[in-house]
Design a protein around this ligand. Sequence first.
Ligand code: ADP
Ligand code: MG
Length: 248
Amino acid sequence: MLRTRGLAKEFTGFRAVDDVELDVMPGTIHALVGPNGAGKTTLFNLLTGFLKPSAGTIEIDGHDVTGMRPERIAQRGVARSFQITSLFDELTLAEHVELALQGRDGQGYRFWRSDKKLRRYRGETADLLEQVGLADHASRPAGSLAYGQKRALELALALALSPRLLLLDEPTAGMGAEDVTRTIELIQRVRADRTVVLVEHNMKVVGDLTDRVTVLQFGKVLAEGPYEQVRADPRVITAYLGESVAQR
Ligand code: ADP
Ligand code: MG
């Protein structure tokens, strides 16, 4: 589903992503882990066209998308969520989802569409909010949501694009245990018919959800394999995961 070769991104003076070879099999959940500053978000920005690589290639589903603009990569079935929440406080949940659906359909993002035009998205909007457990909150402004609910809404916005490849940047960051459990269930529910790559620090989430794990350090791939294998790798334990995981 996703293949990178020699992928690199240079910022002034250093390589944030350095010669990364990533292979993500269709239908899997693949975790990207590594210390802060390892280059995980930069890698996501490369994969989605938000940044142009300094070197290397990116293939999605066998198509070379290297250097393509974000909209074109999105058209290839790639959607992402962001590490930092990016919602409009005054817009309702339903309005957020309707805008995402308009974007998917190439309508551009318009706030002033007539009710009639938006009505066609009503059913799909309700479905998406239902999928992420927010059906009862459709007409609330996003600013009034609890943190975990905001992250769930962001997942709905990514799902609105019907992606085949879903990239989630720290979907459980800043969540309490209850929201983490709900998010794990949510990702399990939405994984059907798609491939998921997630950046994740919470090793319970990685262990529960993922088929394979790639560990990044200083922009390079340090280790890659099934979770059980990677977490037992002494280099990984030393580099990042630490004793808490070695003891799990
Ligand atoms: P991670 O998501 O793994 O924590 P990032 O990809 O955000 O790491 O960052 C990797 C490195 O690249 C960090 O040292 C960060 O400061 C640097 N970096 C990220 N974006 C930029 C940018 N636009 N310009 C310069 N340096 C950047
Ligand atoms: Mg990051």
